[in-house]
Design a protein around this ligand. Structure first.
Ligand SMILES: [Zn+2]
Length: 339
């Protein structure tokens, strides 16, 4: 058992380590949040994608907006109540919100994921027996110049699938569109969907994988068997059901095109931008209709994307600037601010 005296010493050491971890004079952002390095990686990608837009007159405006995206970040210290660990939380930034900006695309996926996670306790209370299915529906690759027509056709096919009697037991769904680049320069559009189903889905309403292929082929009115992947969302070892569902949500609500595909072939990416202009890549229905609050996106939403707004410990915000020559965020005391 610890004596009163050693408890005091322990408390003193804890407070000291918190103060030590709150040094405000380190050089790089990654020196502060060592376990959280995506800022540099995504901002680099935004520079690379912005360069592609900068070379084309019709997209010059996107390049200008992206150059100004998340140039200054201001963070506040926050202490986790459970672990006592201090870390920086983003409090201020300006995002360009260009659709294919890798920083903004990343913040958007975090925002959608957070909205779903926040709804999970309510969903579990209202639908205690719900089970979940992760479904991937594909079509054969198309030319990038045919992407828009192909996506329209896929959306219409999804409508037909929803109207099938096999889909009736599904009480709610979210669906995202992803487009990857084939090695031969074609486009590979596909849907990821997360379906909320009743327990009877696994008994009397069970649909075998082969039947899914048939169903999707009929809805597509295709003369070939499309690839379909269907999996029950199940907890792995050391996971509970909520963890398994969170992983499936993250898989569904991820980037629509991976930045590596954007930068590996600039002609392909520019045509992707034209082809997907104003097309919606997320949809939801049934009991999940309002969970993602689609169409609701402010600069503030993208700042608070990785968690609910929580109070910071101190009103003093630490500034960081993007240095494109070093491709890293650097500490910038002249960008500090006190709220
Ligand atoms: Zn941006």
């Amino acid at each position: 058992m610890l004596s009163v005296e050693s408890n005091k010493i322990w408390g003193f050491l804890m407070a000291k380590s918190i103060n030590d971890s709150r040094q405000n004079h380190l050089l790089y952002l990654t020196d502060y949040n060592t376990h959280d390095k995506p800022w540099d990686a995504h901002r680099c990608q935004s520079d690379d994608v912005g360069q592609i837009y900068a070379g084309v007159l019709e997209f010059e405006r996107y390049a200008q907006r992206m150059a100004e995206c998340s140039g200054v970040l201001r963070f506040g210290w926050q202490t986790a109540p459970d672990t006592g660990e201090s870390r920086l939380r983003l409090r201020e930034a300006h995002f360009c919100r260009v659709r294919h900006c890798p920083v903004c695309q990343w913040r958007r996926t975090l925002m959608w994921q957070a909205r779903f996670y926040q709804a999970m306790p309510r969903l579990a209370a209202e639908h205690p027996k719900a089970r979940w299915i992760f479904l991937t529906l594909t079509v054969k690759n198309c030319q990038i110049s045919e992407l828009r027509d192909t996506l329209k056709h896929m959306n219409a096919s999804w409508q037909r699938l929803k109207d099938r009697k096999e889909f009736k037991p599904v009480s709610g769904w979210i669906r995202s569109t992803e487009v990857t680049r084939g090695k031969d320069g074609t486009a590979h559009p596909h849907f990821h969907a997360l379906l909320m189903v009743p327990p009877s889905w696994f008994t009397r309403h069970y649909i075998k994988q082969a039947r899914w292929v048939e169903l999707w082929r009929e809805c597509l009115r295709a003369d070939y068997a499309p690839n379909v992947d269907v999996r029950a969302v199940k907890a792995k070892k050391n996971q509970d059901e909520a963890d398994a569902l969170r992983a499936a949500v993250a898989e569904t609500l991820k980037y629509s095109t991976k930045p590596a595909d954007m930068t590996s072939d600039s002609a392909w990416f520019l045509e992707l931008t034209r082809q997907t202009h104003k097309m919606r890549f997320l949809a939801s229905g049934g009991t999940l209709k309002d969970v993602l609050k689609l169409g609701d996106e402010t600069n503030e939403d993208l700042i608070l994307a990785d968690g609910a707004p929580a109070a910071v410990d101190e009103p003093h915000l630490l500034g960081f600037n993007w240095h494109d020559s070093e491709r890293r965020y650097k500490r910038a005391p002249n960008a500090d601010k006190t709220l």
